[in-house]
Design a protein around this ligand. Structure first.
Ligand code: ZN
Length: 113
């Protein structure tokens, strides 16, 4: 029997759903780096127009609602873990969008009948 397009979409959607990335470590936010100035007189890292400052230090920016962001300093020993969590979040969002796009295709297909 020849499968119709709707059935094929349902199958690929199911296959995609089974390949869910592990959400255990998920962390919603964005990781940014920044140089800081100590303002100590004579510091060679902070010299005006010459020094690049100290760092980088890492900051996790988290949506706090009302268009506000919480800036959380991330110490070096947890930076790797945080960056993996942020990456996993993006991966899961991408995965959800792929499934959603198939659901949209399915809707269009079913409307034809
Ligand atoms: Zn300095």
């Amino acid at each position: 029997m020849v499968k119709d397009k709707a059935e094929r979409i349902i199958e690929s959607r199911k296959r995609l759903a089974q390949r869910a990335p592990d959400p255990t470590i998920v962390l919603a936010g964005s990781l940014m780096s920044r140089m800081i100035r100590c303002n100590k007189p004579g510091c060679r890292y902070c010299e005006k127009d010459k020094g690049k400052g100290h760092g980088p230090i890492w900051i996790l920016s988290v949506n706090a609602g009302n268009r506000r962001a919480r800036q959380i300093p991330v110490p070096a020993h947890v930076k790797q873990e945080v960056s993996e969590g942020v990456r996993r979040y993006a991966e899961i969002q991408k995965w959800l969008k792929q499934i959603s796009s198939l659901s949209l295709d399915l809707l269009e297909e079913r409307k034809k009948r």
